[in-house]
Design a protein around this ligand. Structure first.
Ligand SMILES: [Mg+2]
Length: 186
């Protein structure tokens, strides 16, 4: 039988969207009549294209999802989750600066899920290193700041999540920023 995580935790910047919310864009954000989300300067901001499908898939599997971000732009990050209509997927949001160990300890307190039954997606090694010490499964998403919709769609991988203990698979995705690697904890 396939084992599913009890909680899936996503970073925000360069995990759900291709920018740092505190430096690359200019909050506050708003949604135009055309449905596009824009920042204060009118710059359109987008999610990575697979994000909605991944979150829908997890919801369909009844796997709860949380956000863990160390951005200082707390209000802007929350605003984006709401404007992108992603807030309904996240049972908890831990968004504030500092080591993600704190974010995960709070998530464990709030959900009762032990670290070893969580899986964490992040693009920064420092976060992966911190959180992996707790015993959480993780998947490292390679940052791809230059990524855009014209990037080579054939260069990605088909699995979004494939760790030694988890066997959660998504519909195939073909974007380079979702390349990942997982390693068994020592
Ligand atoms: Mg990030």
């Amino acid at each position: 039988m396939t084992r599913l995580p009890k909680l899936v935790v996503f970073d925000l910047d360069y995990t759900l969207w291709p920018f740092w919310v505190d430096t690359h864009v200019d909050p506050p954000f708003h949604k135009g009549s055309d449905g596009a989300v824009r920042d204060r300067r009118g710059q359109t901001v987008r999610l990575y294209p697979e994000v909605r499908d991944v979150l829908e898939r997890l919801q369909g599997l009844e796997v709860p999802v949380a956000a863990a971000s160390r951005t200082g732009e707390i209000e802007g990050a929350n605003q984006l989750l709401e404007l992108f209509d992603l807030d309904r997927y996240f049972v908890h949001r831990e968004i504030y600066p500092g080591s993600k160990v704190t974010h995960f300890e709070r998530l464990q307190q709030k959900t009762g899920v032990v670290f070893s039954q969580m899986i964490f997606f992040d693009d920064e090694k420092r976060n992966i290193l911190d959180v992996s010490k707790l015993g959480t499964e993780w998947s490292y998403l390679h940052s791809c700041p230059e990524w855009n919709e014209s990037s080579n769609p054939k260069s990605g991988t088909g699995d979004i999540c494939k760790g030694p203990s988890w066997a959660l698979r998504s519909s195939p995705v073909d974007e380079p920023h979702l390349k990942h690697k997982t390693e068994r904890k020592s």
